[in-house]
Design a protein. Structure first.
Ligand code: PLP
Length: 392
């Protein structure tokens, strides 16, 4: 059998990630590969670090991309900061909080779980109670933008609480970064990880991270070695750290880093605040359209993420069949529900380059057609009209 080149179909990506990647970013990725210690490449690495400081709104010197997806950013934070026996408060209100707990336990830490219902944000009162009950807590970990439910949790109060009780804060900002404000220095956050394939609209496979001096101090004072050789920050810093001498640690994903550089240049050109405003406005346009169609959100308006819209599936609609049709006929990908929300919601992503009027109008007209074919009563054209009023 002869296998020929793989030519992916053109899709419109409106799920929980990856998001649509701009042609400029794809073109950057196709530029010639250079050595990972080439002086020209090292200059570009320094630019990536300072562009990431801008995206994270931080002066933290230790701000760089881990050479692996968001999950590895998560793992690098836990593997470096948690020592065996450390108590870690883990806030769980969806899938990614559950994964945090798993990370803590695999690092030999003791997870103190603070649970909130799926679809609700993290309750700071419960976190404070847990801190009072466990004064020896070392870390408070939570997810700012819970992609499994579309819920936002404000990190300011949780980071300040952690600091006040002598603990470090560890924040999952994978879906948050560039979609809603991520203000690492204003919050005093200690360890934050993100992803490239959500609101940065870069290719999947890299995870920007940033660590405060307090976090670095804990890592330097560890009495045991970090159990992961690949993710040990003490070693990675020989390659990504300050100064002109860079030592080989692993071969950086050179072309993927060109892509990240380009997507961050595009973020800087747009302006971080303008990016937040665009996500907010696109969300309002989508919301107006969905509501005109009679659809409802699964999350209270107060906690809704603009970039991840959790929408209730109307009774009697075959979830998988509808999403399959959307993909096959219209090239449109929307996300399924996870865990407690499987079969109950759709997750419509408006992340990065996917947060455009064009995508919203395609999504609304696709849903309108497919829902009416599934015998849901929808008035033809109403959703697109309602969205246009907000979008233009
Ligand atoms: C997507 C996501 C991750 C994992 O990122 P990958 O790139 O898929 O490994 C972690 N946390 C949250 C909140 C996410 O949305």
């Amino acid at each position: 059998m002869t296998i020929s080149s793989f030519n992916p179909p053109l899709r419109t990506l409106m799920g929980p990630g990856p998001s649509d990647v701009h042609p400029r970013v794809l073109a950057a990725m196709a530029r010639p590969t250079v050595g990972h210690l080439d002086p020209a490449f090292i200059g570009m690495m320094d630019e990536v670090k300072s562009l990431l400081q801008y995206a994270f709104q931080t002066d933290n010197a230790l701000t760089f991309p881990i050479s692996a997806p968001g999950s590895a950013g998560m793992e690098s934070c836990f593997a470096n900061l948690v020592e065996p026996g450390d108590k870690v408060i883990v806030c769980i209100n969806g899938v990614f909080g559950l994964r945090m707990k798993e990370n803590v336990e695999r690092c030999g830490g003791v997870a103190i779980v603070v649970e909130d219902d799926w679809g609700c944000s993290v309750d700071a009162h419960k976190v404070e109670d847990a801190l009072k009950a466990n004064p020896d807590t070392k870390i408070v970990a939570f997810v700012q933008a819970e992609t499994s439910t579309g819920v936002h949790t404000d990190p300011l109060i949780l980071c300040k609480l952690a600091t006040r009780y002598g603990a470090l804060s560890l924040v999952d900002a994978v879906t948050a970064l560039a979609g809603v404000p991520v203000l690492v220095d204003d919050w005093g956050a200690d360890a934050v990880y993100a992803g490239t394939q959500k609101c940065l609209s870069c290719v999947p496979g890299l995870s920007p991270v940033t660590f405060s001096e307090r976090a670095l101090d804990k890592i330097r004072k560890r009495s045991s070695k970090v159990q992961s050789w690949f993710l040990d920050l003490n070693l990675i810093m020989g390659y990504w750290g300050e100064g002109a001498t860079r030592a080989y640690h692993h071969t950086a994903p050179v072309n993927a880093l060109y892509a990240l550089h380009e997507s961050l240049v595009m973020l800087q050109e747009e302006g971080l605040e303008n990016a937040w405003h665009r996500h907010a406005k696109m969300h309002l346009g989508l919301k107006a359209g969905l509501e005109a169609m009679g659809l409802e959100f699964a999350v209270d308006e107060m906690y809704r993420l603009p970039q991840l819209n959790a929408v209730k599936i109307p009774d009697g609609v075959d979830d998988a069949a509808l999403r399959k049709r959307a993909l096959e006929r219209y090239g449109l990908e929307i996300g399924a529900g996870l865990g407690a929300f499987a079969g109950k919601i759709w997750r419509i992503g408006l992340m990065g380059q996917s947060a455009t009027p064009r995508n919203i109008l395609l999504c609304l007209s696709t849903l309108e057609t497919l829902l009416s074919q599934a015998n849901v009563k929808v008035e033809s054209g109403k959703a697109v009209d309602a969205a246009q009023k907000i979008l233009f």
